[in-house]
Design a binder for this molecule. Structure first.
Ligand code: SF4
Length: 222
């Protein structure tokens, strides 16, 4: 049985298997959402409600209005917070299906015949935009909407306005899946062997909640 994963859980595993183990397998450490994360979730909700039902944007999020108005006017079927699942055989399935292997949520999906657009809202800085999630979501869109041949994907930075764009083609799917399959195999191997090595990274010094780790900047190891 292959381990279920999402982009964020795989990123966590790739960042540090030991941290992944404590947060996702043993669940003996809980990482509470930071203020920044809570703000991001609130902004996502505002965007979803505005595009879906026209719920007015609260004044503190008014900076999003212009960008969201442009998205609202896009041609095609607009779907907010579209939840997708894939089985191990890369067959589309429901987000909560029993045999789901991968899960992902598109903040905004627009399907228009053979073309689709996906948008991921970001409330953080746009210094190092990470488009890997867009690739994964686009690959899932190709499975859920087999008529779609091209996906234009973008990270919409709403606080520091900018739009980072990527384009994915259906014929590239097989090649693009390879690295994700490889990563999922690494995760499976860790689960199977129960080996969770620490991997030092930028979160060790002040952010990682695994304070029992020797590499943690807030640990008692000296
Ligand atoms: S302190 Fe660093 S190496 Fe240790 S668990 Fe946390 S992220 Fe991993």
């Amino acid at each position: 049985m292959s381990t279920k994963w999402s982009y964020s859980s795989m990123s966590l595993f790739q960042q540090c298997p030991k941290k992944y183990y404590h947060l996702k397998i043993a669940k003996d450490i809980v990482e509470y959402p930071s203020e920044q994360m809570r703000y991001g979730l609130a902004a996502h909700k505002v965007a979803e409600k505005y595009i879906q039902d026209g719920t007015p944007i609260p004044p503190q999020f008014s900076y999003m209005q212009e960008a969201l108005d442009k998205l609202k006017d896009m041609k095609g079927e607009i779907i907010c917070e579209y939840r997708m699942g894939l089985t191990y055989d890369l067959e589309p399935c429901k987000f909560m299906a029993k045999d789901v292997w991968w899960r992902g949520i598109v903040d905004l999906l627009v399907v228009d015949g053979e073309a689709a657009k996906i948008v991921d809202y970001k409330t953080g800085k746009n210094t190092y935009p990470d488009t890997k999630q867009l690739e994964l979501l686009s690959l899932a869109v190709f499975k859920h909407f087999p008529e779609v041949k091209v996906v234009k994907a973008g990270l919409l930075f709403v606080v520091h306005p900018s739009f980072v764009k990527e384009k994915y083609h259906a014929e590239e799917q097989e090649e693009r899946w390879k690295k994700w399959i490889e990563q999922s195999k690494e995760l499976d191997a860790a689960v199977e062997t129960d080996v969770w090595n620490p991997k030092q990274n930028f979160t060790c010094r002040a952010w990682c909640p695994v304070t029992s780790c020797a590499h943690n900047g807030r640990s008692n190891w000296d």
